[in-house]
Design a protein around this ligand. Structure first.
Ligand code: COA
Length: 156
């Protein structure tokens, strides 16, 4: 099956929002994603993987600037469709993002990964990402509202 890695298009946003919802991420609404395909963001900040006409993966790649390092890439909300994981699609998407950031003269690419997400962590390490610093997200429930962001520890 042919896999194409390409910039996201406005017509992809429903599929992108679906992928975000699969992992329970917020900001999954059409209009939020549409902004990343807006003229102001051209070329698109979203990279998608398309297989047989279906969007099977997406990541958001933003180019930023830090006064002490210069240009850098930031990867956010990287997700592969549940039935397509563990088949190398994610690696190809990461390679495409790294190539794009290199073309854009970025000094590095950064992302954050949950320590409860061993598949993603291992993939990033194989792709040359090294730990820079470890932060802990602390959350104080108000009232009875409780939410956990843990990833499954075993392959489905
Ligand atoms: C993390 C993620 C984006 C990686 O994409 P992917 O297409 O599964 O990645 P790849 O197939 O290129 O590599 C995954 C590695 O884990 C292994 N793996 C085995 N079973 C797996 C599974 N069920 N899910 C994921 N990876 C699995 C793969 O074999 C591969 O190892 P290898 O390179 O030694 O062969 C994808 O698993 C995903 O969408 N996870 C849920 C969302 C998420 O965690 N996003 C990252 C947030 S930081």
């Amino acid at each position: 099956m042919e896999l194409t890695i390409r910039p996201g298009r406005l017509s992809d946003i429903d599929a992108e929002a679906r992928l975000n919802r699969d992992v329970g991420w917020c900001f999954d609404e059409r209009h939020t994603l549409a902004e990343y395909h807006d003229d102001a963001y051209e070329p698109s900040s979203v990279i998608v993987a398309e297989q047989d006409g279906e969007i099977v993966g997406k990541l958001e790649l933003f180019i930023g600037w830090k006064s002490n390092h210069g240009r850098f890439g930031l990867i956010r909300r990287f997700v592969i469709a549940p039935g397509k994981r563990g088949q190398g699609v994610g690696k190809q998407m990461l390679d495409a993002a790294l190539a794009h950031a290199t073309e854009q003269a970025c000094a590095f690419v950064e992302l954050s990964v949950d320590v409860t997400n061993p598949f993603a962590h291992a993939l990033y390490a194989r792709e040359g990402f090294v730990e820079d610093r470890v932060e802990v997200l602390m959350r104080r429930p108000l009232g009875t509202y409780a939410v956990s962001s843990e990833y499954p520890r075993e392959a489905p």
